[in-house]
Design a protein around this ligand. Sequence first.
Ligand code: NAG
Ligand code: CA
Length: 343
Amino acid sequence: MRVSLRGCLNKMGNFRAFLNITLVFLVFELCLVCCDITDGNTEHLKREHSLTKPYQGVGAQWDFSGSTLVTSSYVRLTPDERSKQGSIWNIVPCYLKDWEMHVQFKVHGSGKKNLHGDGIAIWYTKERLHPGPVFSNNAHFYGLAVFIDTYSNDDATDRSFPYISAMVNNGSVSYDHGKDGRSSELGGCSAEIRNREHDTYLAIRYSKGRLTIMVDVDDRNEWKECIDIGGVRLPTGYFFGASAATGDLSDNHDIISMKLYQLMVEHTPEEENLDWTKIEPSVSLLKSPKDNIDDPTGNFRGTPLTGWKVFLLLLCALLGIVVCAVVGAVVFQKRQERNKRFY
Ligand SMILES: *[C@@H]1O[C@H](CO)[C@@H](O)[C@H](O)[C@H]1NC(C)=O
Ligand SMILES: [Ca+2]
């Protein structure tokens, strides 16, 4: 009798170990599934600020101006011809505090090395459809500009082109086209984006005062950091746009897509209560612009653990605990019953 009781208890022990392992796996799988949902990020895509193939019905959300030509597979800001200027502008102002813009683009043409230009600019500005000399847009702009500059206007330059750079302006500074904007740039990097067989991408992330620009131009499906600086202040209520220009030299400047994602980031109540539309575009440069990368005011590196993710993780944990409790209770009850039978 005693022996068989111990045998039974041993079996119960094995069964519990098995159950425990199963449970751990179950909870693990559950968390994986939960996490997958947010990693896809698709639920944060903001259609009203995005431009995607085949561009049907986007006329309600985007203005196309100048030489811009819309086909079903690309939006061509300029053809590979001299003295063309084209732009596209989102009609809907953006009131998101934290966002990430993914731009899929293609710059291509028949020009040989260094005989092509001028490039594309991506904008987040107060004004829209305001023509000027900076990649066909206004030089005294308010807001953020990211330049994909394919032609080196400054002969003395030591950097290799195409060159990607960023600038924040409050209307007081003029982009110096002759110097490729060097005096006003916040940072930049060279990127071989022209006449590539594969697609090229640029990502602009603005969150908690941190501006991060990443490129994916080598067809490896991974972002490479180009610019990452803190202390950047941009208001809400500005407009996204893209523009391009050709001069004596030219290229096809194509936008394939612009996708805006909302980033789920917590803000303090004080931050929430501010009127974000009143913010003056500025950058607090603690050191020289390029050394500004370790500014502690922004903490937005890598994949953020967004509010949504935290919620899902907590939900997973809670589900795990509930499942554990229920199974534990059932096992306990079964065991009590068996024990009763033996005594
Ligand atoms: C605009 O920027 C310039 C230079 O960065 C600065 O001197 C000026 O104070 C700014 N103006 C406002 C209104 O913030
Ligand atoms: Ca240039």
